[in-house]
Each structure stands twice: as C-alpha cells, then as structure tokens.
Design a protein around this ligand. Structure first.
Ligand SMILES: Nc1ncnc2c1ncn2[C@@H]1O[C@H](COP(=O)(O)OP(=O)(O)O)[C@@H](O)[C@H]1O
Ligand SMILES: [Mg+2]
Length: 318
C-alpha cells in the first residue's frame, strides 16, 4: 500500500499545481467585437516569438504571413521550423514578443478570448478521444447538438459509414474498454467534431503516421470539402493535400522562406523541392489515373531529376 500511497500523493500535488496554473494570456478589460465576416482573413504581421522556457531562441522571427479570406494555405517545412507554433499563436495560447496577429484587421489581443477562439477549430495531429460513446466524442465541442447535427457532421467528415457499421453505431463506446478505431477513423471523428461548430477558420495538423489506404482516401475527400470556401491553414505532410491548397508557405528555422503554388515552388525554392522529394507522401494510386496525366510522384521525380541534372557537381567540365 505504501508505494501506492506515495504515488497518489505525488499525483495530487501535481493536480493542485495544475488547478492553480494561471494563464499568461490576459484579456483586455474592454473587448472589441470579434470578426463577423463569414470567411475571415488572417494576418501575422512581423511576428517574433520565443517560448517562455527558451527566451533567447525565437521559434518565429520577423514572420509575416497572410491567409486570404476563404482560402486554404498549406504550411510545409522541416521539423522544428515553427509550423505548430503558428497554430499556437493563431489560437492565442501565447502572445508574441513582437508583431501582431490580425483577424479581419483586428488585433486578436483586443478581442474577447472565448469569442475569438469560437471561430476557430483545431484538428491536432493526434486527436484526443475521450472515454464515452462516439456521439459524445463528436458533440464534445457543442454538447447541445441534436442527433441530426451530429450525423451531418459525421457525414461531412466521411465518418458516418464506418460509425454506422460499429456494433452500436453512434452509441458505441470508445476508450480502453470500447471499440478500437484505426488512425484514420480517429482523425475523421476529430474532423466531425471540428465541423460540428461550423468554424470560420479551420486549423489542421495533418497526421504524419500512415493511414490505411481507404481511410486516407476518405480523409482526403472530407478535407477537400471542408477547405472549400473556408479559411483554412493545414500543416501538410501529404502531397495530395498540398496540391489541393490555394497557396503553399514554406517555413524554415522560424522564418517564411517562400510562398507560391506547387509548380512555382518546385521551380524557385530548393528547400521545397528537397522536402517534396524526401518527405511528402503520395497517396493516390497512380494506376487509377487516366494515362497521359502525370501523377504527383512522377512530377516530383522529374523535378528531382532536373535538380540533380542542373547541380554543378554533375556537369562535365570542359
Ligand atoms: N513548448 C515549447 N517550449 C519551448 N520550445 C518549443 C516549444 N514548442 C516548440 N518549441 C521549439 O520551437 C521551435 C519550433 O517548433 P514547432 O513549431 O513545434 O516546429 P514544427 O511544428 O515546424 O516542427 C523548435 O525549435 C522547437 O524546439
Ligand atoms: Mg509540429
């Protein structure tokens, strides 16, 4: 018993600590009305930001980025480039030391925190599912949602069919003793949760882990529909996602290196070309494509080829 008691004592100390944690984010005494446009634009204006635990090393530096109203932007870059930090600042989990974030032209620090965040849905890389049934997990952000709303959100996330096929449908229990879902299924539940609130801004951190082919395809279809006409920022790892975004922004070491379309960046941004050939995963089966159309990976190998062909080391002197 003594060991158990000691562990429990340690845990309760930590619990009290957590409960007493104060947020560093302060709300202004008087707040301005939050953006009301259906498709807001976002602007990060000359941001420099260091995490409180690393005050000397900026995670973002002189970072300026514009996300046009109703458009989608894919963030790509090596690990540690600052992609997740962009999300944390957009959600105002931290305030930058320099610069501003504007939502429809208004500094988010002047806004009512809860109202501001209500416009935004975040789908994290590894979404948390709670012990409870499927319905509860989808309705978590809007507990008064009707069954019809929950089902509509699940349909939009391409999750309805697999949920309906579970032993108890939407009442199927998730969690330790419940049904086990695949990575792709979990992601689609998280998407449904995000859609249910019909957010004006969608932030999506795409899973890096491999999904089964069917799930991957379904997630892709759901994403395309969700991104359409909604201000969306995606930390993208899959080529198919990147190709569907309106603009691609390349980040490296806390800075914005380039923005453009896939073709522009393949041409003008060596880092992007390198990332594209090494990291982006191709999902579409090339066999399904009509002949004559290049698949992404064919384009990439062509790009890789032309890059290496023009590399100085390979040219024959004389
Ligand atoms: N909570 C944190 N505290 C301190 N440093 C962090 C924290 N989160 C990220 N960083 C650092 O900030 C930089 C950017 O990280 P991140 O935004 O997570 O990159 P990415 O998502 O592109 O991989 C990295 O150097 C990382 O180590
Ligand atoms: Mg990250």
């Amino acid at each position: 018993m003594w060991g158990d008691l000691q562990r429990a004592a340690g845990a309760s100390e930590r619990l009290v600590e957590l409960i007493n944690t104060r947020s560093l984010i302060e709300e202004p005494a008087t707040t301005v009305a939050t953006a009301s446009s259906a498709r807001p634009e976002l602007r990060m204006d000359d941001i420099t930001f260091c995490y409180p635990t690393r005050p000397k090393q900026p995670a973002l530096q002189n970072f300026t980025l514009h996300i046009a109203a109703g458009k989608s932007l894919a963030l790509v870059g090596p690990s540690g480039a600052g992609k997740s930090t962009v999300f944390e600042l957009l959600l105002r989990f931290y305030d930058p030391q320099q610069g501003r974030i504007l939502l429809d032209g208004t500094d988010i620090r002047a806004m009512h925190l809860k109202q501001m965040r209500e416009h935004i849905a975040l789908v994290p890389q590894q979404p948390a599912l709670f012990t409870g049934d499927v319905r509860y997990n989808i309705a978590y952000g809007k507990l008064d949602a009707t069954d019809d709303e929950v089902i509509a959100a699940a349909r939009a996330a391409h999750a309805h069919d697999f949920i309906a096929a579970l032993p108890e449908g939407y009442a199927s229990h998730l969690g330790e003793m419940g049904v086990r879902l695949s990575g792709g299924q979990r992601q689609r539940i998280a998407l449904a949760r995000a859609i249910l609130n019909d957010p004006k801004i969608l932030l999506l951190d795409e899973a890096t882990s491999a999904l089964d082919t069917e799930s991957e395809h379904q997630v892709q279809l759901a994403l395309q529909e969700l991104m359409h006409n909604r201000t969306t920022v995606i930390i993208a790892h899959r080529l198919s996602t990147i190709l569907h975004a309106d603009t691609i922004a390349v980040l490296d070491k806390g800075q914005l290196i380039a923005t453009g379309t896939h073709e522009q960046l393949l041409r003008d941004c060596p880092l992007y070309t390198r990332l594209a050939s090494l990291q982006f995963r191709e999902t579409e089966a090339s066999a399904e494509r009509p002949s004559g159309e290049q698949t992404g990976s064919e384009q990439l190998s062509a790009a890789r080829y032309s890059e290496s062909a023009s590399a100085p080391g390979l040219s024959v002197p004389g």
